[in-house]
Design a protein around this ligand. Structure first.
Ligand code: FEO
Length: 384
């Protein structure tokens, strides 16, 4: 498949995996992208998951039309991209491998191989001349692993962006970009906002016409849209005004309370209210929503002197990804000795720039007159 006359797509679609990276549901599959640049010298940009090595090598062979690859550029050593390196090395024993020193270290760890003279270590800011095409390397540590680098091809203004600007979903399924790119970014790279900001600042100085990520579609139009979303996500800013209500409910009473809260918020003019039942939703969707919207309500029961397990897991997902700069309201339910609100607040104590609402709702088993007044006050605060 042509990206341009000399840059070809040779990636694969995965509709087999049940959980990407061992935890993410991918109902529309996953794409492992790889590219080949055809010039006086030929360079292959990354490989694919090892289960697809044969298919990928066939794509490569078809684009090479009898030529041999001169270089394999390894931008990221995670197995979804690096898994077919051994198959490539075996098939093309004369090809050199270009990667960061850290990537060579990981190659040895994963495959037990030391490439010796086949190694071409890349330098940050260094280049690889292919003829009319030149790759410029830009190290991008922690986007999403420490060995990652981006490559910018100057003649056609293409940014090979590793995991950045990727999304869940195979390329033979049509779906909205932002929804699955956001779930991917927040879930997988969300903790490393600062590192993404650093590399974004360098990347925006480049004249980019095409972004070739390692997952998801090649981006060719309206690039400001994608770059702007990455800037929002990596600086933890609010993308959409609205309230997410994340809850757990044992016998339905906490559920009744949050449904009532959603109704009150809508009556008070809040246009976007999202309810997430943490025991039943895809946890990564709930986490994505918490980072997308400006306000969050956490509602749960006291459980074993703590909070309900799904809520505990949810808050852990937030804090480990650097959740910050948001307004948070708390609803606790307990038949005796309610501690949930305190536990949730304590779990969030190291999160930066959180503003807790003045009202905390305490339900004793089921909503009553007193807790309904609190619920109203909470809605009032959140709708402001
Ligand atoms: Fe797509 Fe971090 O691997």
């Amino acid at each position: 498949m042509r990206i341009t006359g000399s840059v070809r797509y040779i990636g694969v679609n995965d509709h087999q995996t049940d959980l990407f990276e061992g935890q993410y549901q991918v109902p529309n599959g996953m794409a492992y992208n790889s590219y080949v640049i055809l010039d006086e010298k030929t360079a292959v940009m990354d490989t694919v998951d090892e289960r697809f090595a044969e298919e990928w090598l066939a794509h490569l062979e078809a684009e090479l039309s009898g030529r041999k690859p001169d270089y394999l550029v390894v931008q990221h050593m995670e197995p979804d991209h690096a898994g077919s390196i051994p198959a490539f090395l075996e098939k093309y024993p004369d090809a050199k491998v270009v990667a960061t020193p850290k990537a060579f270290e990981f190659m040895k760890q994963f495959f037990g191989i030391d490439l010796g003279e086949r190694k071409e270590p890349a330098a940050n800011g260094g280049t690889l001349e292919l003829g009319a095409h030149t790759l410029n390397f830009l190290f991008a540590p922690m986007v999403h692993w420490p060995e990652v680098m981006f490559s910018y091809e100057t003649s056609e203004k293409i940014l090979f962006s590793a995991d950045a600007f990727g999304k869940f979903g195979a390329l033979d399924v049509e779906e909205d970009w932002a929804c699955e790119a956001r779930r991917y970014y927040i879930g997988i790279v969300g903790k490393y906002g600062m590192q993404v900001q650093t590399v974004l600042k360098k990347a925006v100085g480049l004249d980019i016409q095409t972004i070739c990520p390692l997952h998801g579609p090649v981006l060719t139009e309206n690039l400001e849209y994608y770059i702007n979303l990455y800037d929002i996500w990596s600086s933890y800013r609010v993308e959409t005004e609205g309230v997410v209500i994340a809850y757990t409910s044992v016998y339905g009473n906490t559920k009744k309370a949050v449904e009532k809260l959603a109704e009150l918020l809508r009556e008070k003019g809040v246009e976007k209210v999202v309810l997430q039942d943490l025991a039943r939703t895809d946890m990564a969707e709930a986490v994505e929503d918490a980072f997308r919207y400006g306000k969050l309500v956490l509602a749960t029961t006291t459980y074993n002197g703590d909070v309900f397990p799904f809520m505990k897991e949810f808050i852990h997902h937030l804090t480990e990804r650097g959740y910050q700069k948001r307004t948070v309201g708390l609803i606790e339910n307990g038949t005796w000795a309610s501690t949930a609100a305190k536990v949730m607040r304590d779990m969030l104590q190291n999160s930066k720039e959180l503003q807790f609402t003045e009202t905390t709702v305490t339900i004793k088993s089921a909503l009553n007159e007193e807790s309904e007044v609190q619920l109203n006050a909470l809605a009032e605060e959140l709708a402001k």
